[in-house]
Write a protein that binds this ligand. Sequence first.
Ligand SMILES: [Zn+2]
Length: 594
Amino acid sequence: MKRATALAWILLLLYSAAALAEPIEDEYLALRLKYRNFLADVGAQKKRANWDKFIVGFANFTEKHSTHPRADDALFLAGDAQERLARWTTGEAGFREALKSYDALARVYADSNLADDALWRAGQILELKLNSAAEAYLLYRTIVNGYPDSDMFAKAKDGMERLSTFAPAETAPPAEPATTPATPAEPSMTTPVPPNEPLPPAEPGPSPAPVAAVEPEPKAAPPTFEEMTPRPAAPPPETAAPTAPAPAAAGVNRLTRLAVWSLDGRAFLTFYLDAPTKTEILIRPTASETTEFCLTLPSVETAGDFSLPPPVAPLTTLSVESVDGRLLVRMQAGALQGYSINQFDSPSRLVLELHAAPVEQSVARPSPPNRVVVLDPGHGGEDLGAHNRLLVEKDLVLNLAKKVRDRLREQPGVIVLLTRENDLFLPLDTRFGLANDIQATAFVSLHVNASPRPESNGVESYLYESAGTPAEDDTVRFENESGQNHNNYTYPYISPADRVLLRDESRRLAERLQPRLLAGARQSRARAANRGIKSAPLLVLAGARVPAVLVEIGFATNPEEAKLLSQDAYLDQLADGLADGIRRYLDDAAAGGE
Ligand SMILES: [Zn+2]
């Protein structure tokens, strides 16, 4: 995700006017939440049908709601699920499915802040899973040249260095980001497709000259397009004449395999050969929307077990034919911006790369998304949190979260999600991860306090701060140790500048929450202590890339407060206060700040 873009979206979310809550978005976010929990459930992952449910669900969402602000997100998750499933069971075929999803995302939603992530993941699949290092190199290059602000930039640059032996010969060293145009297309790397020309007459007449030729055979003028491509154009592959298998013979250069990928609006055709060969390529635009190609491989035959793959976008037809000792590869493609052809060694192969003409305009986000509040009931499952004979924290905060949700949902344009709906253990990174993934407007984690001093009482709100209250403090230690293996959590990178911005926004959220929560508590107990807003290295807040606050609603260790907390009427009062505070924060944000 591009850092700057992500931040811009947080701000846009914060300052956007209230939009009507759409049930469809609610449904989508629920599916997303289920997927997140599914990824923590190894047992459920063993059933193939469960994976398909999510893959189909995400893909259908993008298909049905292609202009919805979450359409790119859904497509990315379809690819994510396909990729994970491929690791489990489906293997190469599954990785190809994931490639298709990532490709569609990078192409159709090129402005999406997930486009660079999709390119990176596609590159990783090509490099590590499909043994297509040359193709991976080209995708890493696309990130480096097209997404200089991406947080994938450094990794992509490393990838280019790692795979530098696969770089096409004419590749210039990666340009410095400041001077690189911020577009993923690289027209300078490819030969432009010539402008359209009127079709030559079908009757005998002057043959059109070849419009482009790469490494023409030195001894004979290349044949004209008409000679190589009898009209009408090559039939589609399903009706193409079967290729003539040739037995392997000494001195014969064989095409053993043709691999076809489509990524980022490009088709990659990799021709695996026994030995390097010269090539000729003839291109003729036939109409505004199509281009005819003929690639000639002199002195090449297909191997006996060669099989022709189906064409991929922007290709519409693909056929291979032996004619007079040459191999003719005929293709038709949609509107093209350009092409390139590169030779690689070990194994010997040619990579033909066809660039589709850029999509007129990538799908714009039509309206500001709804404001999404993520409520995080602490603990769950075997992790009880604070507990005694009067209360169990994990149950109490879940009950409270549902009460707050009911109150917030009365407001149009507000979507409320709970990190857990039932008694389930969730790792801390799943909690803030959900808020990050959906770019929530606010993340509020709900907890009950505990102290060795029974007189300690009242409510407090925490922001994340690596300094602040020391990690040895009872409350901090207690909440941080509530999960197991917290050192294994995955934390996103948050730059110091973003950290400052997030802390300021989180403070505004806490400033709305703390007084309202206190007012709720004081309805039943006027002496409830105002413990104020504190900063601490709380892990559940550390990875949040959205405004995030943890509230402690009272002490399980204070007899008076514990008794109140065990009563539903008191929780209603606290829920009133919390919902009111969150609402005020959302209203302030919508109004453009304080
Ligand atoms: Zn807790």
